[in-house]
Design a protein around this ligand. Structure first.
Ligand code: ADP
Length: 645
């Protein structure tokens, strides 16, 4: 079979040639060998463990192309860029691209020598993809963030359920599922939903022995954050739940001479990139962010990650906290909470649960927002702005978001996350025709020539375009460049898409009458319940206070660990307690010793107990009196009750 084909280079050589690494990390090689042997494989490696190498190296070693299914467009773009930098041909296809654009890209995968094709899962269902993929020489299907397939997981994505359909199209191709978090339940779901033929499972311990997990109950969180950041030097992330708070907290830190900035999905792409870059290069020490920050970020020297509220699940907590200390040096993961947070979280869960009627109402509103008549719309995609939609129909964003997810789950629609698409251009007119056009339209000749000179491959595929750069080179105003590009598009010389940022909704089925919409009500109830249980686990982690934090987290991921970590707040408190108890015993023995010689006053006993403090000595005397071991004697002295002790 083609995927058993072995290139000349060994995996080790590929790792060295393309990535410059001398050896594999634990488990990477086992996973790679399993995949190369053609086995369906599940790999659980903690964040930063090096999952990408596990499919990229075998993808390179085997002949053909590796499909990578990934839920996050930003991550895909990063990966593609990363591979391209290493001289490996890779591309990504996701919602937001036009059909024509996808068409050209898929063609390149069939005929070009591309090694990696990254795809959003909702792309798998399109006829265009199904038809082309059968003509590709696929060597491996890698499913990144595979926990998204489980409705019991914390990040369920309905479109993941369709991945198994690839089996029909590519029956002989092995699958590699990768994830950084998966409880036993979720693991089983992955293996079942991806229809694994073998159950090759590789699990690396989730223990992070350089990371100290600390939980603090704190009413004055600001003060506490300041104290932590003054004590622990170096780069840090503070996760906060709402956008307004990220700004407030960052302002507060700056006022206190800690250089900070804030980050959330409501900021435009350019600002987000800039802030991320400033933090990556340590121009900003602390980034205060919602959970929009961090995916795919690989900063090794983060010394502290603070959460100022509960996360929705321990999976999310482990992932976010795990961004600290990737360099293996000591780092801290601190969770701050107070009594009222429990209530806030319970309310949040309530807000995050929806019922059947709400799902139907959102479907109805969406269909009229997109002006779709009943029976119409199958296969059609629409750009969609959640904020405008919510405003028009006076609906809560969280309610709409959840309802859309339910509708996705039931296969009515597919929704892509909000995605930034840079401007793109492709020449439609070619050869002699184009030459003649330039002769006739001398005014447009410079821009056409400049495009042809600047963008290699512009006849074969869509190229990313920077209008401002073009304007600079042509020495004309930016508006003029945009105007000319639009004109060239309108008259069919080029196909040009200006940049945009939005989500895309695709109707997978014709628009139905909301009253008869097929929704699994029992499933909806169970999912609401699972959400509640996930939050309970977080609250329990924070408040139980009877076990090593690291052990608690590991136990949640079904990993037994006997030895306590010795560095979390629980372990430290235990050590202090033992230490105090030891000290207490020493003082008690000393007092007995002193009084055995003769009766003495309290002041005399305390004096002789030094260097133990007065408080320590007095509390030991009180303890001994309570137990009847010493008593008052005449002349205000203390005496041993029974001199024989
Ligand atoms: P994950 O997806 O598991 O979070 P990545 O694949 O992004 O992790 O890898 C994390 C980091 O570890 C990257 O910087 C990667 O280059 C590095 N890395 C992966 N494998 C190795 C290896 N064998 N030797 C050295 N560095 C590695």
């Amino acid at each position: 079979m083609h995927y058993l084909y072995r290139a000349m280079k060994s995996c080790q050589e590929i790792l060295k040639t393309y990535w410059g690494f001398d050896q594999f990390r634990p488990l990477q090689e086992d996973i790679i060998q399993s995949v190369i042997a053609g086995c369906d494989t599940l790999a659980l490696l903690p964040t930063g463990g090096g999952k990408s190498i596990c499919y990229q190296v075998p993808g390179m070693q085997m002949e053909g192309i590796c499909l990578v299914i990934s839920p996050l467009i930003a991550l895909m773009k990063d990966q593609v860029e990363n591979l391209n930098k290493r001289g490996i041909k890779a591309m990504a296809i996701y919602s937001g691209m036009t059909r024509k654009e996808i068409d050209i890209k898929l063609d390149n995968c069939v005929y070009g020598d591309y090694k990696f094709l990254y795809l959003s899962p909702e792309r798998l269902e399109t006829d265009l993809f199904k038809e082309r993929v059968q003509r590709m020489n696929v060597n491996l299907i890698a499913v990144d963030e595979a926990h998204c397939i489980s409705q019991w997981g914390y990040d369920f994505r309905p479109s993941y359920l369709t991945i198994a359909e690839l089996r029909l199209l590519l029956p002989a191709v092995p699958m590699l599922a990768l994830t950084a978090t998966a409880t036993e339940h979720v693991r089983k779901d992955i293996v079942a939903h991806l229809e694994f033929k073998q159950e090759q499972v590789f699990v690396q311990s989730f223990e992070r022995d350089n990371l100290a997990y600390i939980v603090q109950k704190e009413d004055n969180k600001l003060d506490r954050i300041l104290k932590i950041l003054r004590k622990v030097q170096g780069s840090g992330i503070i996760y906060s739940r709402n956008r307004r708070k990220t700004k407030e907290l960052s302002d507060f830190l700056n006022r206190n001479e800690i250089k900070a900035d804030f980050y959330h999905a409501g900021l435009d792409q350019k600002t987000r990139n800039q802030r991320q870059e400033d933090w990556m290069t340590n121009k900003t020490r602390i980034i205060v962010s919602t959970n929009a920050f961090g995916m795919g970020i690989d900063k090794p020297d983060v010394r502290v990650v603070i959460h100022d509220e509960f996360t929705d699940s321990l999976e999310a907590y482990y992932q976010e906290a795990g961004r600290a200390g990737r360099d293996g040096q000591k780092a801290y993961a601190v969770l701050l909470y107070n009594e009222s947070d429990k209530l806030t979280s319970a309310e949040r869960i309530k807000k995050n649960t929806i019922d059947l009627a709400q799902v139907k109402a959102v479907y109805q509103a969406l269909s009229s927002y997109l002006q779709l008549a009943p029976g119409a719309g199958q296969g059609a995609s629409f750009t969609f702005d959640l904020a405008t939609f919510c405003e028009s129909y006076r609906m809560h964003a969280s309610e709409v978001y959840l309802a859309l997810k339910e509708l996705e789950r039931e296969g009515h629609i597919a929704v892509s996350e909000s995605v930034f698409m840079p401007s793109r251009i492709h020449f439609v007119m070619k050869g002699k025709e184009l030459y003649e056009f330039c002769l006739q339209q001398a005014r447009l000749d410079p821009i056409i020539k400049m495009l042809l000179r600047s963008y290699e491959g512009i006849f074969d595929t869509y190229c990313t375009l920077r209008e401002s750069e073009l304007a600079k080179r042509l020495e004309v105003p930016l508006q003029e460049v945009t105007r000319q590009l639009k004109y060239l598009n309108d008259i069919g010389i080029v196909s040009y898409y200006p940049e945009m940022e939005s989500s895309v909704v695709t109707y997978l089925l014709p628009r139905a009458d909301a009253r008869y919409l097929k929704i699994d009500a029992a499933g909806l109830k169970q999912r609401n319940q699972a959400m509640q249980e996930r939050l309970n686990a977080v609250v329990n982690y924070a408040t139980a206070g009877n076990m090593c934090r690291s052990r608690m987290l590991l136990a949640y991921f079904n990993e037994d660990k006997e030895a306590p970590c010795g560095q979390c707040d629980y372990c430290i408190a235990m050590r202090k307690k033992q230490h105090d108890e030891h000290d207490f015993d020493t003082v008690k023995n000393r007092i007995i010793e002193i009084l055995r010689q003769k009766n003495q006053t309290l002041a005399e006993v305390v004096k002789q107990c030094e260097p133990h403090s007065e408080t320590e000595s007095i509390s030991a005397i009180r303890w001994l009196m309570d137990k009847g071991a010493i008593q008052h004697a005449e002349h205000n002295k203390l005496a041993l009750a029974d001199k024989s002790v």
